[in-house]
Write a protein that binds this ligand. Structure first.
Ligand SMILES: *Cc1c(COP(=O)(O)O)cnc(C)c1O
Length: 384
């Protein structure tokens, strides 16, 4: 039996962390109001802006990704404010729950899981409803493996006077999401997915237009007050309003250096190849994708229907116990119906081929007619 720290994490977060990033974390604490931390904070913020491809302000919060989702809503919302929330999975649903929790009025657009919101549907809702303050979109719906194309939605949102809030927690740093080109007003991401970091940090960019709204809103936020973050960042040396999770900043500094040394475009291409390889294997094994159409397949997580005769827990159990490979099951109503392979962060051909081999063997163990090696053979094509 393998030790857990040898397991390959092929789940939609947390992902495997580079050795040099783990080492960067084992160092002494420093004064978080001093020059050294100011330099770390500045470097991390500037490097994150490169990954987000934005000139907007960007803040690092000491929380998991959901903290930044909450920050986005809490800083723009007054009781009764309407926010348009298309829901098509667990995470897009979460925006609606947060709006609700802060006394807002979510205007829900329920969409079948496995599908993505049609731009026309969003336009219709914006034309129909008065005074919508913002639209929330989960660019990469990790619960269904669906990637939402943002270009047309962005154009529609811009025609209306509403904020464009986008969750890229499981895709920023793995997929092409140019925040400024897409005119995203608040873009949210998190540490433990494509950034290959331990969970504990979240990121949020804030446009001029978002600031205008924030500055005339009686905020619900205190710990996540964005004006407080801005004020502290403008100090010399730059700071955060409250004690930052220092250890995670050491890790972030290293992981962003690794990412930019490899080059953002190269990193994205590596993710695209990993996705292509995984899809090729799934197809060769004659399994069925969960997303409705091919143009909706995510670059960082592949969701697959569990075939008849296969037990979800047993499948994943064999993969972990016998091959040291962790994949995810379905969430909520998809429990037992799909499995999900995360291919984000430090993924190369080594990780993908190991995963596909483990999948083939584990499916075969449950009596599926699998020609061993056919998935691997298909996957290899993406890398040659
Ligand atoms: C993981 C994830 C979240 C939640 O992030 P936490 O770090 O668990 O708070 C939100 N949205 C998406 C798309 C995710 O993949």
């Amino acid at each position: 039996m393998r030790g857990n720290d040898e397991d390959l994490l092929m789940i939609p977060g947390p992902t495997n962390v580079a050795e040099s990033t783990l080492r960067a974390m084992s160092r002494q604490m420093i004064n978080h109001r001093g020059k050294e931390f100011g330099e770390i904070l500045t470097e991390c913020t500037e490097n994150l802006k490169k990954v987000f491809r934005t000139k907007n302000d960007l803040f690092i919060l000491s929380s998991s990704g959901t903290g930044a989702m909450e920050a986005a809503i809490a800083n723009i919302l007054e009781p009764g404010d309407k926010i348009l929330c298309p829901t098509y999975g667990k995470f897009s649903d979460r925006f609606k729950l947060i709006v609700d929790a802060f006394g807002g009025a979510p205007v829900e657009l329920p969409i079948e899981w496995g599908d993505a919101p049609e731009p026309g549907l969003i336009e219709e809702a914006l034309d129909r409803e008065d005074n919508i303050k913002a639209v929330t979109i989960t660019q990469n719906e990790s619960s269904t493996g669906v990637r939402v194309p943002l270009e047309d939605i962005s154009k529609i949102v811009k025609k209306h006077d509403v904020l464009f809030i986008v969750d890229t927690i499981s895709s920023m740093g793995g997929d092409h999401i140019p925040v400024d080109d897409l005119k995203i007003d608040m873009c949210i991401s998190g540490a433990q997915k494509c950034f290959s970091l331990p969970p504990g940090l979240a990121f949020i960019s804030v446009s001029e237009k978002a600031w205008e709204v924030i500055n005339r809103t009686k905020r619900r936020a205190f710990y996540f007050s964005l004006p407080a973050y801005l004020k502290s960042y403008k100090k010399d040396p730059p700071e955060t309003p409250y004690t930052p999770a220092l250890t995670f900043y050491y890790a972030l500094q290293n992981s962003l250096r690794l990412l930019l040394r490899e080059g953002l475009d190269n990193v994205i291409t590596r993710h695209q190849k990993a996705a292509q390889a995984t899809r090729g294997a799934i197809q060769a094994l004659e399994l069925e994708f969960f997303p409705k159409r091919e143009d909706l397949y995510s670059v960082t997580v592949t969701a697959v229907r569990i075939p008849n005769g296969v037990q979800d827990k047993e499948l994943r159990g064999t993969m972990q116990k016998e091959y040291g490979v962790l994949i995810s099951g379905g969430q909520d109503k998809l429990k037992g119906k799909i499995f999900r392979i995360g291919h984000m962060g430090q993924v190369t051909e080594k990780e993908i081929l190991t995963t596909i081999y483990a999948l083939e063997k584990s499916l075969k163990k449950q009596g599926q007619r699998i020609e061993l090696g056919s998935g691997v053979e298909a996957a290899i094509k993406a890398f040659t």
